[in-house]
Design a protein around this ligand. Structure first.
Ligand code: KG4
Ligand code: ZN
Length: 337
């Protein structure tokens, strides 16, 4: 059954070029080139991102094939991110995927990046449906009731900034590098939650994080007037306080949803799910309620080809193929999978 189904997955929606081979539902390789060049600009420069994808995609694909120990002629289909993402970056991955599928005469499978983040939950673990899942990254914050691999109800999402975006923007105010998530996480471990920032009171399961950025900005401006070294001397405490504010909101909404829908399993995916405090607070709450907690391993939290290849594998088994006429989509709702 399902023998030797090798799927090549390509992810290039933002600033990571990542290619993976999934064979019969198992990740055989997942090779990522992260683009550090954006650090000096304090954010992703779209034109620069596209150029970097062009430069690395062929070598990354060769490496992914080598590490999986297969040749390109053994691939059965190519899965590629269609969107949402940066249009130029997506275009590189999609053009490459189309050319390769033409040369190898194998089908193409388009993948919605948001669907792939959900599927990343199931790369190393079998799901128990229904479950509550939160996709939480630099571009998205989406709370879902999952009923199967491909059917779900969107319970809520951010009305403005994504959680990762809030971390990156407040981190920038503190002078942290881009993206600020990993450094804020590290510094928060040595800090105390001494500063209280307001939380947006958004009813239901929607989120809003843009007010936090403004609150932090005004607080820093005021404090720096009194003490020009304020950020420097309080950096770890500021990181701990901002992180706690965001994590409390995320954990609170996940918990409310899990209780309302009476599920026994919760999960988080996307770049922010790498966050130490978020992981430990969810572990704590899961123990308290006897819930099963699903979090992808670190390399599947941030953008990666494995989640694209795995989504492609499920679509392959369902016979969901695409012709070569599809185009990249900067905006692509999760309902289009
Ligand atoms: O999923 P991802 O790689 O790209 C998007 O699709 O957006 O997520 C990137 C986001 C960034 O905002 C980054 O700051 C955040 O994930 N991030 C973290 C951590 N590692 C990455 N946020 C908090 N704690 C971390 N350890
Ligand atoms: Zn992502």
């Amino acid at each position: 059954m399902n023998k030797d189904i090798y799927i090549l997955g390509i992810e290039s929606s933002c600033d990571d070029t990542s290619v993976s081979i999934v064979g019969d539902g198992i990740v055989l390789s997942n090779v990522t080139a992260s683009q550090w060049i954006h650090q000096k600009y304090g954010g992703v420069v779209p034109e620069e991102a596209s150029r970097q994808h062009v430069e690395s995609i062929i070598q990354i694909t060769r490496d992914a094939l080598d590490q999986a120990g297969i040749s390109k002629n053994q691939i059965k289909a190519i899965a590629v991110t269609r969107g949402p993402g940066l249009i130029g970056s997506l275009l590189v991955g999609i053009s490459f995927a189309k050319s390769l599928s033409l040369c190898l005469n194998i089908p193409l499978i388009e993948v919605n990046h948001l669907h792939a983040h959900i599927i990343s939950l199931f790369i190393d673990a079998r799901p128990v449906f229904p479950m509550i899942s939160l996709t939480v990254s630099g571009g998205h914050t989406q709370l879902l009731l999952l009923e199967s691999y491909s059917s779900f109800k969107i319970l809520g999402q951010t009305l403005d900034d994504a959680a990762g975006e809030a971390i990156d923007k407040t981190g920038k105010l503190l002078g942290l590098g881009y993206p600020a998530g990993p450094e804020m996480d590290q510094r928060a471990k040595s800090g105390q939650v001494v500063f209280k920032f307001p939380k947006a009171l958004v009813p239901g399961y929607n989120f809003s994080f843009s007010g936090l950025k403004t609150a932090v900005l005004y607080f820093l401006q005021k404090s720096m007037k009194e003490n020009p070294d304020f950020i420097l001397t309080n950096l770890n405490d500021l990181c701990a306080s901002i992180q706690k504010n965001i994590v409390d909101t995320l954990v609170g909404k996940i918990t409310d949803a899990a209780l309302e829908y009476q599920v026994k399993t919760i999960g988080i995916s996307g770049g922010v799910s790498a966050n130490t405090l978020l992981r430990s607070e969810l572990l704590h709450i899961s123990k308290q309620y006897n819930w099963n907690l699903m979090i992808p391993k670190m390399s599947y939290c941030t953008d990666n080809g494995a989640m694209i290849a795995m989504t492609g594998y499920f679509k392959y088994l369902n016979g969901e193929f695409n012709n070569d006429r599809f185009t990249p989509m900067a905006r692509l709702p999760l309902t289009e999978i």
